[in-house]
Design a protein around this ligand. Structure first.
Ligand code: SF4
Length: 287
């Protein structure tokens, strides 16, 4: 079967083929681009091709970013437990005051403030003695299958949350506990492990998800896992296949993905005109 975006977009006449851009340009690729496309190719289009502003900022996502920032600062600059809590409070208060269109779901501003402070204390208690080798380590490396030496065309960028004792850490915030299969199947951890092995020329000793769970009784959960070369080959083919689909302008709405449309920051754009109409207008502007 010929894979052609005319069919995938649905309802687009064949006359439009000549108006479609031959290739979507991309100067690098990242794990968030990969995950966005896999969750919903239409949301990739709105975010990375049309570069639409988000219609709202999910409060849970802002909360997660602030937890990351505070933890990174804690590992970079010595801090007491009290200072860590105050730093969370300061950053959260500023975000609530200054972020337009902040949208809360199950927890409001004050509940998130309380849970963030409790999680900062718990994190301090559990990870105060950890000696980091690197924090928020940025990398830019070629897309490479480590098993075969085959290269893709793109450069891949990313940032590993934390490395300590040759172990790669992914810090997450979540409203639920994770189970072992979440760690074993985490695409982000596979991506980090692949980048670590490329950069350090050896496998990471271990991969860990540290999950800051913001339930009524907040807790910190740590899950360990590993990856091997065959996992990296699968990741390589997933990335090269996704890049090819993006470059060939293959975008379609996928509200059946795990998260569905709930919480998507492009609901209005998607609901009002739909992807096909927006793409048609955008493509016409470019011709
Ligand atoms: S509203 Fe649903 S279909 Fe549209 S971009 Fe968002 S997740 Fe995809």
């Amino acid at each position: 079967m010929e894979v052609n975006n005319v069919y995938l977009l649905g309802g687009v006449s064949s006359n439009r083929l000549s108006a479609m851009p031959a290739q979507v340009e991309m100067d690098h690729f990242s794990i968030s681009q990969l995950q966005t496309y896999l969750n919903c190719p239409a949301s990739y289009y709105y975010s990375y091709v049309e570069k639409l502003d988000w219609e709202f900022q999910p409060a849970d996502m802002v909360f997660g970013k602030i937890c990351h920032q505070v933890i990174a600062e804690f590992h970079q600059t010595p801090m007491t437990k009290e200072e860590m809590v105050v730093e969370f409070e300061r950053r959260w208060g500023k975000a609530v005051d200054e972020t337009t269109n902040l949208r809360f779901r199950s927890l409001d501003d004050r509940q998130l403030a309380t849970r963030g402070k409790q999680l900062a204390e718990l994190y301090y208690d559990q990870y105060n003695s950890l000696v980091p080798e690197d924090v928020e380590m940025f990398f830019e490396i070629p897309l490479l299958d480590l098993a075969t030496g085959e290269f893709g065309e793109q450069v891949v960028q990313g940032r590993i949350d934390l490395i300590a004792d040759s172990t790669v850490y992914e810090i997450k915030t979540s409203s639920r506990s994770l189970n072992q299969s979440d760690a074993d199947n985490s695409l982000q951890l596979t991506f980090y492990a692949w980048a670590y092995q490329y950069l350090y020329s050896k496998p990471a000793k271990e991969l860990k998800i540290v999950n800051l769970v913001k339930t009524k009784e907040p807790k910190i959960q740590a899950l360990s896992t590993r990856r091997n070369l065959s996992d990296f080959t699968k990741l390589y083919h997933l990335m090269t296949g996704t890049i090819r689909a993006i470059q060939q302008d293959v975008f379609y709405p996928n509200p059946l993905s795990r998260y569905g449309c709930e919480g998507c920051p492009f609901q209005n754009a998607c609901g009002k005109e739909g992807l096909s109409e927006r793409k048609e207008e955008s493509d016409n502007r470019q011709t």
